[in-house]
Design a protein around this ligand. Structure first.
Ligand code: HEM
Length: 295
């Protein structure tokens, strides 16, 4: 579950207090069903950070998400003071914690967006492709997402960028499987990457594989979830990308929306429109429990 909240004026102290209680609230629900691995991640937006912690240094990468306007598609920037990302093998675990948090935050913050994601067959998204295959694992994942000595005061934290996308399923379904595979850059049925010389310049994975000056691949950790409502004809992907440096995700987004080279924007955007866009600092549990910088 993904909850986006805005914090009411005057509720800064109450919210600071509530944040120090987040680990405890999570334990209250998680402890009863340990096998369901309930996790709660909290992200703090740039404006809220300035209100909550005016006397602390700002985490280096924390700033409001800036809109990215391409020739055809725009990555919008939308409000959000807090992001609460709840994960578990079972929705009732997430729902119970969300209910508890809803009560605690009542009168102090408004939940302005709530998405209940679900796992879809084979780890696929609603476009029908396996999503998450090339996520880093183990030490590589930890290295991709965890702030280290470069910002010692906030070591152990991370950054997260979220975008709630809605898909034009009729348009997508009108493409042949080959055209869909060209849009992603992998085969649909068996999820195999296309050869480099066969991959179109506007394929999703062509634009999202990026490198630093030394040729090392820059990675993020995605935890995208499908969501939707059949009655509302709403079919979506909640994009969520964690990184120790949010400029990596921003670079990928510029590639997708503007193109690399400019003009070669990501083909999946012709069938996927972001309704939201926001960036948050994700403090370590130690910082949440006791908000003083380390290091
Ligand atoms: C790869 C779907 C948005 C970054 C993929 C793959 C799929 C996919 C199917 C291939 C399998 C895999 O490795 O996971 C989607 C959908 C999106 C979306 C449906 C939203 C509508 C984004 C955004 C970003 C992003 C906004 C970055 C800001 C990546 C990266 C890869 C990837 C880094 C792996 C590239 C590689 O190493 O091969 N995505 N994606 N995706 N996507 Fe997305």
């Amino acid at each position: 579950m993904f909850l986006t909240l805005t914090v009411n004026d005057g509720s800064e102290e109450a919210v600071r207090d509530l944040l120090t209680g987040m680990s405890g609230f999570t334990r209250s629900v998680a402890f009863r069903e340990p096998d369901e691995h309930l996790l709660c991640v909290v992200g703090i937006g740039s404006h809220l950070w300035d209100r909550l912690f005016p006397n602390l240094p700002k985490p280096r990468g924390l700033h409001p998400f800036e809109e990215i306007k391409g020739d055809k598609h725009t990555a919008v920037s939308t409000p959000g003071d807090l992001l609460i990302h709840l994960r578990s093998g079972r929705l009732d675990m997430c729902f119970e914690l969300a209910r508890l948090l809803g009560k605690k935050f009542e009168g102090h913050a408004e939940i302005i967006d709530e998405v209940h994601g679900f796992k879809f067959f084979d780890e696929r998204d609603l476009l029908g492709f396996v999503d998450g295959t090339e996520n880093p694992e183990g030490d590589k994942a930890e290295d991709a997402v965890t702030i280290g000595e470069e910002d010692a005061a906030y070591a152990g934290g991370s950054y997260v960028i979220v975008q709630k996308y809605l898909h034009d399923m009729a348009g997508w379904d009108a493409l042949s499987v080959e055209e869909q595979e060209d849009a992603i850059g992998r085969s649909k049925l068996d999820d195999v990457e296309m050869d480099d010389d066969a991959k179109p310049a506007n394929a999703h994975i062509k634009l999202n594989v990026i490198h630093d000056a030394d040729g090392k691949q820059l990675q993020i950790m995605r935890d995208n979830m499908p969501f939707g409502s059949v009655g509302e004809r709403e079919f979506g992907t909640y994009f969520i990308g964690y990184a120790k440096d949010p400029s990596v995700t921003e670079h990928m987004l510029r590639n997708m929306f503007i193109g690399d080279p400019p003009g070669t924007y990501d083909r999946i955007l012709d069938f996927s429109t972001p309704q939201t866009g926001a960036l948050y600092f994700v403090p370590s549990v130690d910082f949440l429990d006791d908000p003083t910088p380390r290091g």
